[in-house]
Design a protein around this ligand. Structure first.
Ligand code: GLU
Length: 348
């Protein structure tokens, strides 16, 4: 009798564990997914007008598969994204994941700078649990708004055991992309997010999550960066190169206190001659200059057409300029050792 009771007890316990819903926090920051316009065919709208409760209420299906909790971190268009929101977001994600309150996190975000926030979090979140960023290209009141299905898919990705250890991912348009690789490639299309150097790492089709690749670079628990030790992020400017360029913006960046400059050079990271000399002068004044490319894919190779050793430049490997800026800010908040900073670019 006692034995039978024990068996029944453990079977009940087992099924409770098996059916226990994971707790997923949705941290809302704004963007088109939380945007509204005046009509279903209105292409003009305002980002960040819909609150997290309304976002959740629009997709009741997610409450059936997970215990959903919502928090409003900010409600802005992501062109307004800034260091304060980044630091707040990173601290909250770490708190929720490491206290055991959350099994996974979904962050709703505007698409303009989603890739920068994703990579920032990828470098500073100290947990293997899933962190999934999601947005929409069509506002919530639009015909065929893509936000609700994107959100449903993102919750499924955040619940998936297969997402553990993948770092921060971006889930949009049925695809899963790694934070380091993903970039916005089209101003209006729903298939805007691509990973030009590596391709998507997985798919999510009506909640069915499948991975095909694992990010190889250091992220989250293996990243060198500790956000608890970083109180503020130093100024790093991106300077775009073009034909018939001049050194003015470089000189201005240095005069205004930039600690680092990422140059979006032509081709394999080539600046215009006068800009090249100004970048060299910036290095002499203690500014860390990272040569990168305006092309958007491929490696910027050390000592290619530019003598990096002579000028004291670093190179970005194959990070795009907006992500090289994120990495350089975190690197400069951690060390002034240029060899170490170059190493970060080759490993993260
Ligand atoms: N500028 C807006 C933002 O990034 C719109 C882009 C979007 O969310 O799709 O928040």
């Amino acid at each position: 009798m006692r034995f039978i009771c024990k068996v029944v007890f453990f079977m009940l316990l087992g099924s409770m564990v098996a059916f226990a819903k994971p707790t997923i926090y949705i941290l809302a920051t704004g963007g088109t997914i939380a945007g509204s316009g005046s009509g279903v065919l209105d292409s003009s709208y305002t980002s960040g007008t819909v609150t997290v409760d309304k976002l959740i209420a629009a997709v009741p299906e997610i409450n059936k598969i997970a215990t959903i909790k919502g928090e409003q971190i900010s409600n802005i268009g992501s062109q307004e994204m800034n260091n304060e929101v980044w630091l707040k977001l990173a601290k909250r994600v770490n708190e929720l994941l490491n206290s055991g309150k959350a099994d996974g996190i979904v962050i709703t975000h505007g698409t303009d700078t989603m890739e920068e926030t994703a990579y920032f979090l990828d470098l500073v979140v100290k947990s293997d649990k899933p962190v999934v960023m999601v947005g929409a290209m069509r506002n919530s009141g639009s015909l065929s708004a893509d936000g609700p299905l994107n959100l449903f898919n993102a919750v499924n990705v955040a619940m998936s055991k297969d997402s553990v250890g993948k770092g921060v991912v971006v889930t949009m348009n049925d695809e899963i992309h790694a934070a380091r690789e993903v970039t916005k490639t089209n101003t209006t299309g729903v298939d805007t997010f691509k990973s030009p150097n590596a391709g998507k790492i997985g798919t999510v089709f009506y909640g069915n999550v499948k991975y095909y690749m694992t990010p190889a670079r250091k992220h989250t628990t293996k990243s060198a960066f500790d956000i608890e030790k970083i109180k503020e992020l130093p100024r790093v400017d991106i300077i775009f190169s073009h034909s018939n360029d001049n050194p003015d913006f470089i000189n201005l960046a240095v005069a205004n206190g930039a600690k680092g400059i990422v140059n979006a050079g032509m081709g394999n990271g080539n600046p215009f001659p006068s800009a090249l000399e100004a970048l060299g002068e910036a290095v002499k004044k203690g500014v860390v200059v990272v040569r990168d490319s305006r092309v958007g894919s491929g490696e910027t190779t050390m000592n290619g057409e530019v003598d990096d050793t002579k000028y004291g430049f670093l190179t970005s490997d194959n990070l795009n300029v907006q992500k090289a800026r994120v990495l350089l800010m975190l690197a400069l908040a951690t060390t002034n050792d240029k060899a170490k900073i170059q190493e970060f670019f080759l490993t993260h």
